[in-house]
Design a protein around this ligand. Structure first.
Ligand code: 9YT
Length: 131
């Protein structure tokens, strides 16, 4: 059994700060669960280009308002508390925070904890997906 608190994780190197978001990776590859779990804050009035070509990600909105646009078809989906979006097609997207949004994210394969997006919105592959 492993127990961690967000408050403790935020005080450690688990918290990564980027230009338009920060993310506290509470559960990572070295926990050997087959996925990682993060609490991410998307900053207000921002747009982030994301394309997880090597990962599957699901994101649940805890608080705040925004939208996600899938680039392949130009569709825009509102995000509000209670919304879960599931990037099952490795969907390239634009994530916009209207207000600050707090999100809970899971990744398969798990992140190792050091990743930040490169200029094309991609994280490098660290592991094969769990079947
Ligand atoms: C929602 C989203 O993908 N935000 C980018 C940060 C990511 N959740 C992470 O690296 O923790």
């Amino acid at each position: 059994m492993i127990v961690r608190t967000l408050a403790d994780c935020e005080q450690s190197n688990r918290k990564i700060v980027s230009e338009t978001w920060d993310s506290t990776r509470m559960l990572l590859k070295d926990d050997k669960m087959g996925f990682s779990f993060h609490i991410t804050t998307i900053y207000a009035n921002t747009e982030t280009h994301i394309w997880y070509q090597n990962h599957l990600e699901s994101v649940y909105c805890i608080s705040g308002e925004g939208e996600i646009e899938t680039i392949a078809d130009g569709k825009i989906y509102p995000i509000a508390p209670g919304t879960l979006y599931i990037l099952d097609q490795h969907d390239e997207h634009l994530l916009r925070g209207t207000t600050e949004m707090q999100m809970a994210c899971v990744f398969n394969p798990p992140l190792n904890g050091k990743e930040v997006h490169d200029e094309s919105g991609v994280y490098p592959l660290e592991a094969e997906p769990v079947a």
